[in-house]
Design a protein around this ligand. Structure first.
Ligand code: APR
Ligand code: ZN
Length: 250
């Protein structure tokens, strides 16, 4: 006799196999089992320290005012070290496998940890960027972090190889615009998909949180995987949800 939870997993597998263009939309919750804390979950960084969330709104302004100070603080952040060491978990590998099987076409992720690509996913849209790259906000150029290891080690501000401006991590901070290229590609995928698998996001940060709503409005089935209810659950955007610790059956 299948448990409620297993019935939902079976239903999701059937929906994925029956889809023509499935897309995954992921948040910090897919990386918690890789040792990276999420932000707003039961033991999230900001759940435990609301002051940290307020400080995060100041980072982009700091880069604009004082790139040297921005880099000193960015490299000192404990999260930076956790991200460096983190490895993909079975959830990342499962999405990569679904892409290999030709079922999943794209992963749109809000995460900056680079773990989808490390798990083998090829078509990944990093909506909030990635710690594996640096980006110039003036000309839009991106560079692999490896090209600036000397500057980072010697605490010199990395300079854009194209327009000579100071550059920052390719991480989108609050008050910073989403890079146009990844914004447009992500919204196009949300409009095109007939199934969106939403994994581990509280769905409260815009414009990213608009993506499942766009998919729904364009006729896609939205399947949510989350410990807890989110606005997507409460507003009926998700067709069904799986995965909550207080009721392991679901
Ligand atoms: N399984 C299922 N769900 C999980 C798991 C897990 N193992 N771990 C955490 N979750 C759920 C939490 O319950 C929470 O609802 O994942 C969600 C994570 O939500 P957030 O911490 O808000 O992360 P996210 O939605 O990605 O945040 C969006 O906000 O802080 C900014 O730029 C940052 O990209 C981030 C954006
Ligand atoms: Zn530049």
């Amino acid at each position: 006799m299948l448990s409620e939870r297993d019935k939902l997993i079976k239903k999701c597998a059937e929906d994925l196999v029956g889809s023509k263009y499935a897309v995954a939309f992921t948040g910090a919750g897919i990386s918690t089992e890789s040792g990276i804390p999420d932000f707003r979950g039961p033991s999230g960084i900001w759940t435990r320290d609301p002051e940290a969330e307020r400080r995060s709104y100041e980072i982009f302004g700091k880069f604009l005012r004082n790139p040297k100070e921005y880099w000193e603080e960015a490299l000192k952040s404990p999260l930076y070290e956790i991200l460096e060491k983190a490895r993909p978990n079975p959830a990342h590998c499962a999405l990569a496998e679904l892409e290999n099987m030709g079922i999943l076409k794209t992963v749109i992720t809000q995460n900056i940890d680079g773990l989808h690509k490390k798990a083998g996913s090829k078509n990944v849209l990093e909506f909030h960027g990635s710690v594996d790259k640096l980006r110039c906000i003036y000309c839009g150029c991106r560079f692999p972090k490896e090209e600036f290891l000397n500057e980072i080690a010697e605490k010199r501000v990395p300079i854009c190889k194209n327009c000579k401006s100071p550059i920052k991590m390719d991480v989108v901070y609050f008050t910073e615009p989403i890079p146009r290229d990844v914004y447009e590609l992500s919204f196009a995928e949300a409009e095109k998909c007939d199934l969106m698998l939403v994994c581990g996001t509280s769905a409260v940060v815009y414009p990213a949180a608009e993506l499942p709503r766009i998919a729904k409005r364009c006729g896609a089935k939205v399947v949510e995987v989350n410990f807890e209810e989110t606005p997507l659950t409460r507003e009926g955007v998700s067709d069904y949800k799986n995965g909550c610790p207080e009721n392991p059956e679901l």
